[in-house]
Design a protein around this ligand. Sequence first.
Ligand code: GLU
Ligand code: MG
Length: 433
Amino acid sequence: MPLPIHMAGLSDLAGQLRGKGFAAADLEARCRSGVGWTPTNAQITCFDGIAPSPYGSTGDMLLRPDPKRSFTAPMPAGPDLRLTLGHVTARDGSPWMACLSQHLSAALARFEAASGLSVMASFEHEFILPDHAGDSGFSLAGFHRAQGALEDMLWALHGAGLRPDSLLREYGPGQFEVTLPPQPALRAADEAIALREIIRAVARARGETASFTPCPDPETVGNGVHIHLSFWDAEGHPATFDPEGPCELSRIAGQAAAGIVAHMPAICALTAPSVPSYTRLQPHRWSASFANLAVQDREAGLRICPTSSDAPDKRARQFNYEYRAADAAASPWLALSALVHAAAAGVEAGLPCPEPTEGDLSEMSPEALAELGIRPLPRSLPEALDLLETAPEVAGWYPEGFIALYLDHKRFEAGEVADLPEAEILKRYAAAY
Ligand code: GLU
Ligand code: MG
């Protein structure tokens, strides 16, 4: 009889889940002892190259799986997928500068210290099932043709403790979407990591493929990851909504929005970190292409979402905004850490809530945009990385050396495909994500 295997894993700089396996019966012991980890693993790119690493062949760390962060998903064929997430430390327990889970925890602690509030997040993922292309967006036929795959996915997600709010046949060819409900931010990011793996694993088990690539084809819409944020006080009361506030945002939510909008061009390198991310982040693709706040506009970088009820208490609990310039090439831990740090920076500086924009910003002249203080998002990965490099404030949010390591990683990745034709680049990313 086969012996069940469990994997201790992490989500890394390439947005990939990596880890090590052991007999599932040893999980408890491994949670106590940790699992050996190599620091240069942080520089393995999504194409399996190794970017320059200050660690070279040396160094030993510990990946420390946390039993509270376990997911076991049943599969329609073959073994269950068993995964426990954790953080990485040096062998003596001291923090490691490239541990993305710790980066998110640090960002959340900073936000809480600045605002007295905690962050809830929810991740909305789009992905492609190429075997279920054809049929029209949102059509019953398109939904029904893929229903076997979707039901296997829902069953696997439920088995792992994830309760998607909705599953739908999105607008792009073979595009589907799954939305997770709001959770405390670290849990929300863990679920986003698990969700991608479970959906890809179910597709594999069915002899199909699923890809979360940020953009499969320049002629079609991209796959976004929209990250919804709301803020809550220590007694569990919602603290995002204020009917008297600008755009109905509370003071803290307005300041946090200002921080996110102010840092958006620089943090794109962390939230949309691939070559096809910038095929997606163009005007008229319903993604995001400017650093702006808008009410219910699907082209906004930060969009205030509608609520299903106008009753004040329900509206207050549902009120949230979504950051749209993210995709699945980014680790959910890292992307959310960047958003929460940017939000905390806005609160700490007491920034005023941004003026919401109206209309199609891509139709406006650069002068008119400058007058409104609206900046475009980067238009390519190299441009995004240059913006991150020239944002010392963002580097200061992370441990010494982390952003330099990240830039080396991502520039190496961009170089791995720089000489390829666009179609081949998009194909390689589709396979990687
Ligand atoms: N596919 C769009 C994106 O790349 C989002 C469409 C929508 O759900 O509003 O973000
Ligand atoms: Mg969508």
